[in-house]
Design a protein around this ligand. Structure first.
Ligand code: P6P
Length: 284
């Protein structure tokens, strides 16, 4: 069975689940008592999306394991062996209260987790915006889709625009290291516009649509940044690189970053190659 067919089947299962995830949001805006493995509060919507996707994705032929930001350990599927799917079931769920966009991120890894980004066979995100869209990538190519009634409608190849226009970075400005803050000042002088909405998928969609750079950098108070390597940085880095851009943990592609534990965090920056190159030069 070709790994591509498994990756495509995972993408189809995520698309098929999208209407149910979206429909589940209105009634699940309350916080649960428990926290996720990263110590963050969990919404009822996080738990529901995670349970739904775990059930669907462990049922995909060729998937041997499922892991998510919301679960301490990897869930073994019935079938032994096969690919591992790493999922952020509801990325940016804190946007639910303010009714701003959120997403679902998946990475399809060839092997056990935690894995290197170079082990990715494919990656995708769903964006729950005014309409539901999806970006999928495998074999070095990214494609854009509309998701209607759980089906992917192909909108064609996705490539980063040549000319960047937007940027968005997480963390508080006073908590940015000086070298990073200076880099951002230069972007402003280059007339890039600030676009930051608190959900990685939505902010990366701005970058893929208009060109630019998104990141959650290393902070003085948190040198590892905030975003998770397995569930956010690797899959999104893979997508943006497939769309002709670059990813970086500040030194090199996030896909090359050593994975020591399932829930580890990493600084991550993605976007037009020239802007990411300049970032690495600024931090060197
Ligand atoms: P902050 C959402 O919680 C998330 O993991 C990403 O989707 C998003 O980019 C980031 O954290 C937002 O973090 O500190 O701005 O709330």
């Amino acid at each position: 069975m070709s790994s591509d067919s498994v990756a495509e089947r995972v993408f189809d299962a995520v698309a098929a689940s999208a209407p149910e995830v979206r429909a589940s949001l209105p009634g699940r805006r309350a916080y649960l008592d428990d926290e996720n493995p990263s110590g963050e509060s969990m919404l009822a919507a996080d738990a529901h999306a995670d349970d739904l996707l775990a059930d669907r994705l462990t049922g995909v032929d060729g998937v041997g394991a499922y892991a998510s930001e919301e679960r301490e350990a990897v869930v073994e599927a019935d079938e032994s062996g096969g690919v591992s799917v790493a999922c952020d079931p509801l990325d940016g769920s804190s946007n639910l209260k303010s009714n701003n966009p959120m997403g679902t991120i998946v990475g399809v890894y060839d092997g056990d987790l935690p894995a290197s980004g170079r082990d990715l066979l494919g990656a995708a995100y769903v964006l729950y915006g005014p309409v539901t869209t999806m970006v999928c990538a495998r074999d070095g190519a990214a494609r854009d889709y509309l998701v209607a009634d759980g089906e992917r409608e192909d909108l064609g190849d996705l490539s980063l625009p040549e000319e960047p226009t937007v940027y968005g970075f997480g963390g508080r400005v006073p908590d940015w290291p000086d070298a990073f803050a200076s880099y951002v000042e230069e972007l402003e002088e280059d007339e890039l516009k600030l676009r930051y909405g608190g959900a990685m998928v939505a902010d990366v969609s701005q970058v893929l649509t208009y060109g630019g750079v998104f990141g959650y950098p290393a902070l003085e108070s948190a040198p590892e940044g905030k975003l998770r390597l397995q569930f956010e940085a690797n899959p999104v880095g893979y997508l943006v690189e497939a769309a002709g851009g670059r990813s970086s943990d500040g030194e090199g592609s996030v896909l090359d970053r050593e994975a020591a534990s399932l829930h580890e965090r990493t600084p991550v920056h993605v976007g037009n190659a020239a802007l990411v190159d300049r970032l690495e030069a600024a931090l060197a």
